[in-house]
Write a protein that binds this ligand. Structure first.
Ligand SMILES: [Zn+2]
Length: 293
């Protein structure tokens, strides 16, 4: 007798198609790193992204996708094999002994080895959208740098998957971080998609580009760092941004100069150096060219 709870093959195909379409449209949103585009390409790309974001959000809310997501969740709960494409969950599950009935799951290599971010435990804790209000308040009370939600309120961010945070170091820089709180695998933790940096004097939208070489270089450097650890906690991103408070005064730890020989830009790269015995650590300032020496 067929089990009424088991979905038919046709239903499964429909679910897979709905989820595949959703996945592909989300991937499209992540594809283009803004700093490498020309200003006119950026405007076109931004318009396209906004359009795509609307489509993704409508697709996500649509009945077929919601039905497919519910079915996937129920099916995953019943599946004892612990198969997962989520490296984070893989890390958490590593401590558990595998079920004797299932094959040994493939364990991905540790992400931390390629991450260019700080390895401090507190920076590694995920920051969820629900923790954001308190995080911003505490951060602003204890730092001269300031963090705010750009255009909008915290209440609004709860209903949006993607929003922008504005980070200011007075007289040094303003950075806009585009964060995503709806990554199905991140369980509500904010994932930083891109960061663009400007002079505090510039009045430009987050998806444009600074007219100054130093901020363009900095945006490119931050894109490279995010690439090294795409799911890094937003706490670690903020820690990194804070390290730029001496952007115009720090000496490069390689060549000992403030302005580079080529291009005359200050050290736009930051290299995390662990403290002795792995306790704490600090950011070292370095010219981008000097990171390749
Ligand atoms: Zn240097």
């Amino acid at each position: 007798m067929p089990d009424s709870n088991t979905p038919s093959t046709t239903d499964l195909e429909k679910h897979l198609q709905a989820l595949n379409d959703l996945y592909n449209s989300i991937q499209f949103l992540r594809q283009i790193p803004m700093p490498i585009l020309t200003p006119s390409e950026q405007i076109a790309s931004t318009e396209l992204r906004i359009q795509k974001q609307k489509e993704v959000s409508e697709t996500l809310r649509s009945e077929p996708v919601q039905v497919a997501l519910r079915a996937a969740k129920e099916s995953e709960a019943l599946d004892p094999s612990e198969l997962s494409a989520n490296p984070r969950r893989e890390r958490r599950k590593r401590q558990r002994s595998p079920s004797p009935a299932s094959p040994q799951p493939y364990i991905q290599p540790r992400r931390e080895t390629t991450s260019m971010f700080s390895s401090c435990d507190e920076d590694r804790l995920p920051l969820r959208v629900d923790d954001l209000d308190r995080f911003i308040k505490e951060f602003n009370q204890s730092h001269k740098c300031k963090l705010h939600i750009w255009l909008g309120t915290l209440a609004e961010t709860r209903h949006r998957s993607v929003f922008v945070l504005r980070f200011l170091i007075p007289d040094v820089l303003v950075a806009y971080a585009t964060v995503n709180a709806a990554d199905a695998n991140s369980e509500g933790a904010l994932v930083t998609e891109s960061i663009t940096v400007f002079s505090p004097m510039e009045k430009k939208p987050p998806h444009s580009q600074s007219k100054y070489a130093v901020y363009q270089t900095l945006s490119q450097q931050l894109a490279k760092m995010l690439q090294s650890d795409p799911f890094v906690s937003f706490r670690a991103v903020v820690n990194l941004l804070c390290s730029y408070d001496d952007l115009f005064t720090a000496r490069c730890d390689r060549c000992q100069l403030v302005l580079s020989m080529e291009g005359h830009v200050p050290p736009a790269a930051r290299v995390w150096v662990n403290g002795e015995d792995g306790v704490g650590g600090q950011w070292m300032a370095r010219h981008v060219m000097c990171t390749k020496l």
